[in-house]
Design a protein around this ligand. Sequence first.
Ligand code: NAD
Ligand code: AHE
Ligand code: ZN
Length: 376
Amino acid sequence: MKTRAAVALEAGKPLEIMEVNLEGPKAGEVLVEIKATGICHTDEFTRSGADPEGLFPAILGHEGAGVVVEVGEGVTSLKPGDHVIPLYTPECRECASCLSGKTNLCTRIRATQGQGVMPDGTTRFSMLDGTPIHHYMGCSTFANHTVLPEISLAKVREDAPFDKICYIGCGVTTGIGAVINTAGVEIGSTAAVFGLGGIGLNVIQGLRMAGADKIIGVDINPEKKAMAERFGMTHFVNPKEIEGSVVAHIVEMTKTEFDQTGGVDYSFDATGNVQVMRDALECTHRGWGQSIIIGVAPAGAEISTRPFQLVTGRVWKGTAFGGAKGRTDVPKIVDWYMDGKIEIDPMITHTLSLDEINHGFDLMHEGKSIRAVVTF
Ligand code: NAD
Ligand code: AHE
Ligand code: ZN
């Protein structure tokens, strides 16, 4: 079949909207009509050329929602008409990682997914002249239709709006999951969130759900303050407007009559900047502070700190997709949204057509959007 897609032809170039060829689903695969997709900073990271795994030409996008059109041979858990959310972290329930109970990082198809191909080593997308187009993160949601492995799809309820629940395909689950699954934040905790974008706001929402008392948001863009407060931020720090280091500032903010050491119980990096990651670690409390890296850093970037920071009890962790097991957890998060336990709508600041997708990237760069969503 033919479908319309935004294609990343070369690193650093705007996406090009074009008709592409899409082969039908092979064994174990599913053809999905994408109804809506968010634009995550990770799409920009790859489009820009900063991703060491970046391949071109590719159809980017990994935060989608849609409807099953056709299933390949042997597919048993899905049928045409089912509503689904694509998963860049699949859940096969059979590999050593899935069976370990210790991680959400299913390894069943990670190698081929990173090479931009389906598990059989081939691509379903091609240009009209026959040039193959790479898949992206196993999802490629910047296309009106896409093909995914069955294990990379979460079946969700049919009354949930596509243009909102697409965000659960990455940002919502990553932010809330980082708090609940990765950090295990307790009631009454103090926390600092670095980066108040599409991920950081969901960390804040997760912290409020977990019952955190003091939620400090840090961003160099003061326009992010109001939305963060709406989701539960109690204090805002703009590193450009304070005297001295952000670490010393947060340590001071968290000292109490009974604890003159200071430092937050938990911190989260949602910027992808390695200096910010260091600050996030070092502003946590001596003896027990945990810092969770969510941000994705460019090729070649490395983190550093004095080992003394860890010797004195701080813990550095990372999280992918908020530690969530997609087929199990995503349908529940859709229920949370539909039951009003979490909010999504205010964070979707812009809704665009596929033809306007590059404007969505501009809005991200200008700091004007939280999430821009493309609807088909
Ligand atoms: P975004 O562009 O919406 O938000 C980033 C925010 O960080 C912006 O508000 C920006 O002003 C702020 N910021 C930038 N530099 C800063 C600095 N030096 N100090 C303080 N704030 C700063 O991006 P997003 O979609 O929220 O994604 C955030 C990061 O998370 C990206 O690196 C993305 O690739 C990554 N990510 C990781 C996962 C995962 O599973 N680990 C999932 C989704 C996104
Ligand atoms: N390809 C990059 C790493 C990108 C990365 O860390 N991706 C996250 C999801 S970001 C979603 O917005 C992830 O899930 N990582 C686990 C995995 O297996 O990719 C690089 O640096 O090579
Ligand atoms: Zn993402």
